[in-house]
Design a protein around this ligand. Structure first.
Ligand SMILES: *Cc1c(COP(=O)(O)O)cnc(C)c1O
Length: 422
């Protein structure tokens, strides 16, 4: 059969078309990257951007990493998809690798962080119901948490603006202040089936969980036969200088979720647990058409091999320190930052009172200076460069950030001077 002739001549695809064809859920930047390599992105006009955003802490090995390209091309020539009606070797290998590298004994594959957390919350509910009865269904979560955008996970998250106005919410979720061990000890009871937390609240402001708070969560779960769930979607896969951040803290969860960096840019998520807990997900209890697809799993295997090497994790810690001290110097020069927090290459600059609410302005100024950065709420500038970033690139990015903040500081000064004269 001949291919049908195109109905209309092809139209040029440009940034300006976006708003007329896409649902208005996002407000993306004005640039449109066309290709990437390492820690850099280029647009069609040849403008180059140094990428300290990494697709929101996803592109762990940067863009177009030669090893990932090789693995991807090899797998693309063999097998793309079989569904979970069949097994595939890359998925089994990835599950074995995740078990070898963590506390876990069983893995459930999903396609995103939200789906991994959805699986974790459903498993915790089901496990408690099976072992202790239907009354044990309470989930404890925390203010400002972010666990994804499915309705269950967004309701477990601690920002009402993301979960309101969608009709009746799933019940049985209690939110407590983050880092308040006393509140957690007081609230946890025998009706609690799970406590879910991020070890660093990523979207919520790059706010680290205090080690004592994490231990208190572990103790509270042990006392009440509840499952401790660590959402390591953002903190995992080497981002914080350990393969998973809980390994550095020395507190082991019952369930852990991972996604973002895991696929090096391909969509994949996973939920990890003991064999005993996983047993509550019996045949038919949960599922995903694409979960464990061979292409994403083949790439993720190589990502974990590369990121999991001790030299790599040590390098992340070193680069994190370099970035942190450069940020501190910029903060001092302009009085812009009240605090720099985070671990490894997940760093947040909490803005000083004079700069409150201006994180978005800083990111926009960074783009003008050829640097991509992130916010974590209105008052925190977040930086999450690829883990393969070079020392010289860190220095280059810091210079661009300094220029961007300098530009805003000068504009602010002349505004204040003009206001005084008026
Ligand atoms: C990004 C993120 C999620 C959601 O992941 P998606 O892949 O966007 O569904 C969940 N939890 C944390 C901690 C995250 O940072």
């Amino acid at each position: 059969m001949p291919a049908p002739a195109p109905a209309k001549p092809p139209r040029k695809i440009e940034r300006a078309l976006y708003e007329s064809v896409m649902a208005p859920t996002y407000a993306p930047m004005s640039i449109m990257p066309e290709r990437g390599e390492g820690a850099r992105l280029w647009d069609a006009d040849g403008n180059v951007y140094l990428d300290f955003a990494a697709g929101i802490a996803v592109s762990a090995l940067g863009h177009a990493h030669p090893e990932l390209r090789r693995v991807l091309a090899e797998q693309a020539g063999k097998l793309w998809h079989v569904s979970n009606l069949l097994v595939n070797a890359p998925a089994i290998e990835l599950a074995r690798r995740l078990c070898d590298m963590t506390f876990a004994e069983r893995v459930f594959f999903a396609n995103s962080g939200a789906e991994a957390n959805e699986a974790a919350l459903k498993l915790a509910r089901r496990h408690a119901q099976r072992r202790f009865g239907a009354d044990k269904h309470r989930i404890i979560a925390f203010d400002n948490a972010f666990h994804g955008r499915t309705f269950f996970t967004v309701c477990a998250g601690g920002q009402k603006k993301y979960s309101d106005n969608f009709g009746p919410k799933p019940g049985g979720i209690t939110h407590l202040p983050f880092n308040d061990a006393g509140a957690l000890e007081a609230a946890a009871d025998d009706a609690t089936c799970a406590v879910i937390l991020e070890l660093i609240q990523g979207e919520g402001g790059v706010t680290p969980a205090h080690p004592d708070f994490v231990r208190a969560a572990r103790d509270a779960c042990d006392r009440h036969n509840a499952l401790l769930i660590f959402d390591e979607v953002q903190t995992g896969v080497g981002r914080c200088g350990a393969l998973y951040l809980h390994q550095k803290l020395g507190v082991t969860p019952d369930i852990m979720t991972t996604a973002k960096g895991l696929g090096g840019g391909l969509p994949i998520g996973a939920m990890l647990s003991s064999a005993e807990v996983a047993a509550s997900f019996e045949v038919g209890a949960h599922g995903s058409t694409f979960g464990g697809n061979p292409v994403a799993c083949a790439v993720a295997n190589r990502v974990l091999e590369i990121v999991g090497a001790p030299e790599m994790l040590e390098a992340v810690r070193g680069k994190g320190e370099m970035l942190r001290s450069g940020l501190a110097a910029i903060g001092r020069r302009f009085g812009a930052f009240a605090e720099i927090r985070g671990e490894g290459l997940l760093l947040g600059c909490a803005l000083a009172p004079d700069w409150r609410g201006r994180a978005r302005d800083i990111v926009a100024a960074c783009v003008r200076h050829g640097l991509l950065a992130l916010v974590a709420g209105p008052d925190v500038l977040r930086l999450a460069p690829p883990l393969i970033i070079g020392d010289a690139e860190i220095q280059e990015g810091l210079k661009k950030l300094e220029a961007a903040i300098g530009e805003l500081a000068r504009a602010h000064e002349s505004e204040s001077a003009a206001a005084k004269q008026a």
